[in-house]
Design a binder for this molecule. Structure first.
Ligand SMILES: C[S@@+](CC[C@H](N)C(=O)[O-])C[C@H]1O[C@@H](n2cnc3c(N)ncnc32)[C@H](O)[C@@H]1O
Ligand code: SF4
Length: 378
């Protein structure tokens, strides 16, 4: 092992129902399949433990799919195993993704007892019609109830995922949600524009002409209103779609945007270890087989060249509002950023980029056209 691995992602590919917009790797599964999956996930964890990949873990993120769709016994089995492989005294952030409708006192206590200190709720909206359109099976009351329960068991670091840009929605709709949720002292918001992914129910409906997508100009204006309002509510933006109270930025997700190494386990989990990008196969039978023969099966295995690494540093680093640290860049690659990319000077002069305290960032008003700016570097 060459680089320190401080972040671990664990993928649970099960959901109790499928949302209209989602193309993540997930399925509705029988209990017997979930049991088999957890058994193999534990084997993969043990394998990584024996290979010494888990010694320096500081953040754990159990995501999906919907981890809260696991029954209590299976969840306890997984969490207990994690405790035996990882020193939780060194873990600063331990996140669990949940559907708001799944949070009961029983589940919240299990999470607390196993030292999970952050919960990410797939809220999307508090509006009945918007939730119906997105195919979500929870209500505003479920969300409020979930937050109350989590805070009652002393899990205070709570994120809400929200989606905007649905149909012709007005800013007032999401503003109302943000106001209610911020009054409940959420520490973090991830706010995503609705993406019409191929092979989703929503895409089929769109193709049949059942609804129109929001035009990009309206969507951009909506985005900036959300950014401004969140700022007013006391949440600072630290990434294109992520906002937090002071000191509640997601340490785990920053590992990705800082282009650091991290480990993933589970079917379809992506990870970056030994300078190589891997994705475990997204087929459960093949995933099980790989673990049985002690030779994991991947859908991607890509050893990065220095050129690849620099490109990723830029694509990921510019997502952060703080931008890319040119000191870190120099330390990592032994190169001067301005010498590698002389175009940088023009982009600063034309105010597309800002350069402050040796950090290079995309100017706030151009964050929305980030991809066009990135093209200048690739
Ligand atoms: C894969 S989900 C996991 C969270 C959990 N399963 C849930 O939804 O309750 C992570 C987040 O990605 C966002 N997301 C997924 N598909 C999206 C899409 N097509 N457009 C915008 N956001 C999307 C949603 O906000 C979702 O909560
Ligand atoms: S958004 Fe979350 S709950 Fe809905 S299908 Fe995707 S992973 Fe499952």
């Amino acid at each position: 092992m060459t680089n320190k691995i401080e972040a671990l992602y664990i993928h649970i590919p099960f959901c109790d129902h499928i949302c209209t917009y989602c193309d993540f790797y997930k399925m509705v599964a029988k209990e017997s399949l979930k049991e088999k999956y957890i058994k193999y996930l534990i084997k993969e964890l043990e394998m990584r433990y024996k290979q010494d990949y888990l010694n320096d873990i500081k953040t754990i993120y159990i995501g999906g799919g919907t981890p809260s769709s696991l029954n209590s016994d299976l969840l306890e089995e997984l969490l207990t195993k994690i405790e035996s492989c990882i020193n939780l005294d060194k873990v600063v952030e331990y996140t669990f993704e949940a559907n708001p409708g799944d949070i009961s006192y029983n589940l919240a206590k299990i999470l607390k007892n196993h030292r999970i200190n952050r919960v990410s709720l797939g809220v999307q909206s508090l509006d009945k019609d918007k939730l119906l359109f997105l195919g979500r099976n929870h209500t505003k009351e479920n969300v409020i109830n979930a937050i109350t329960i989590l805070q009652n068991v002393k899990i205070y670091n709570i994120n809400a995922d929200l989606i905007y840009g649905v149909n012709d929605e007005k800013f007032g709709l999401i503003k109302k949600d943000l106001k209610i949720l911020s009054k409940m002292d959420l520490t973090h918001f991830s706010v995503y524009s609705l993406i019409l992914e191929e092979k989703t129910i929503l895409k089929q409906k769109f193709t049949k002409g059942e609804f129109k997508i929001m035009n990009s100009d309206k969507e951009r204006k909506l985005y900036y209103k959300i950014v401004k309002y969140l700022h007013k509510l006391g949440y600072h933006q630290y990434e294109v779609s992520n906002f937090s109270k002071q000191n509640f930025e997601s340490v785990h997700n920053l590992t990705y945007w800082n282009n650091e190494h991290y480990l993933g386990i589970g079917s379809n989990a992506s990870y970056y270890i030994d300078d190589t990008r891997y994705t475990n196969i997204n087929n459960l039978e093949k995933y099980f087989l790989g673990i049985d023969i002690k030779d994991l099966i991947y859908s991607e295995k890509n050893l990065l060249t220095e050129k690849d690494k620099i490109a990723e540093e830029i694509i990921l680093g510019f997502r952060k509002t703080k931008g890319i640290s040119l000191t870190d860049f120099k330390n990592k690659y032994n190169k001067d950023f301005f010498e590698v990319y002389p175009i940088t000077n023009d982009l600063i002069a034309n105010k597309y980029l800002t350069f402050k305290d040796n950090f290079l960032a995309i100017s706030p008003k151009y964050v929305y056209i980030m991809n066009e700016i990135l093209l200048k570097f690739l």
